[in-house]
Design a binder for this molecule. Sequence first.
Ligand code: FAD
Length: 462
Amino acid sequence: MLHNATGWWIEEAGAPEALAPLDGRAEADVAIVGGGYLGMWTAWHLLQRAPDTEIVLLERERCGFGPSGRNGGFVNGYWGYVPELAQRFGLEPAARLAREADASIHAIGEFCRSEKVDAWYRAAPEVTIATSPAQDGAWREQVAGLQALGFGDEEVELSPEQVQAICRSPLFRGASMQRTAATVQPARLAFGLRAALLRRGVRIHEGTAVERVEQHGSHVELRTPAGRLRARSAVLAVNWRTTRWPAFARELGVASSHIVLTEPVPEVLAELGWSGHQGLADHRRLLHYLRTTKDGRIAFGWGGGRMAHGARHDAHLDVDTEVVSQIGRTLRRFFPQLESREITHAWGGPIDVAPRRLPIYRSSGGVHAGWGFTGHGVGPCHLGGRILSGLALGERDEVTTLPLVSPAVRHFPAEPARHAGGSLIRRALIRRDEQDADGEPAGPVVAAVTALPKLLGMNLPR
Ligand SMILES: Cc1cc2nc3c(=O)[nH]c(=O)nc-3n(C[C@H](O)[C@H](O)[C@H](O)COP(=O)(O)OP(=O)(O)OC[C@H]3O[C@@H](n4cnc5c(N)ncnc54)[C@H](O)[C@@H]3O)c2cc1C
């Protein structure tokens, strides 16, 4: 098994040649820091809004080598949040958010078609399945909430028989199904987006870490090891590294997610009847997610990786042998047919966790930032790029006024309490999920710790 930080998608896509670092002084209308989906979609939407905008994007490593090129490739939206958001913000903004997120799911498909990016984009509903009796009906409150608001078609319940018709696993029971979703080969999407930006004249410098962002009245100056970039405004799209910026640092925590990939097993997929390109997940508190690839493999991930200490890049965020062995064992419980089949690749990456699991967009003078996708950024970064491009140009419209922009949120505690508390809660969530799977009741300590985030007004990752 090849277990590294960057994983199979990047290898399969074939990384493009690296671009030269910034050297010396440069100027732009908008400077973008970070070449993941969020930074690159921001550049794309800036050009849609104002085609003459001069854009320089600075990426510390290679565009698409972070989580944007390593994720599960599930493209999803926000209907599941609508009942809760409708209570907090009212029905219209909540429904508008979900509709704009759906528009992004479709727009990514349209981008792939029009730009001829073969990112394996497949529109297919997403199915979230109970894999133990404790998970049965975990979706009912949400489905009923959507129905009561008139959006009953967006998420529906599936019977165990309907689930088995999608994919036969001895663990699969009933499920909920979100109708608007898709899957992609994530690295192909990231590299295709990078190529489309270069064709349109965006200047991209790779191997260029932004060390400081200074605000000087009417302009912003970005400092890198060998250069300086002056711009009217700057967009920070640096995912979990947002923790380095004091203005935003307390509004995110850093966890990790990891994926294992089987050798091609087309005959197993045929036996499972899993031919529909659906992304599947379970209803655990720390979810498993699984999908197929074009060459008949199964990619199987888990959102329960370890936490980081603030902005420190702990190696286990990317490569965690303990977590990966556990995922391999779980994969074989889902599909006993894979007992003697090879896991060829494993990888992982950091997850930027926001207090309510929804991303946050905030401006501080001429600097505009987005973070907190909490493991759900593939579709939402497209919408995020629309939002940040609007904020950078000072526009007020249907997306820059969404409830994700400048929300009131509770802060996470400062380090080291954030890491200690987050790790304690993570361990309790894992224990609770295991107890549920084994049909054991939750002990009082585990029950109390797993209830903490909600009591504090936070929704921690799934
Ligand atoms: C294993 C895994 C599975 C996932 N599965 C899914 C999924 O199936 N569906 C889903 O919706 N989401 C998923 N996610 C989450 C999703 O990948 C992210 O939400 C999304 O890619 C975030 O994009 P981004 O542009 O914000 O961040 P990134 O892709 O991390 O890009 C940020 C970029 O900023 C650069 N950078 C950082 N600091 C600096 C600096 N100082 N100067 C210059 N550049 C800098 C980094 O090098 C990086 O390239 C998953 C994540 C992981 C790790």
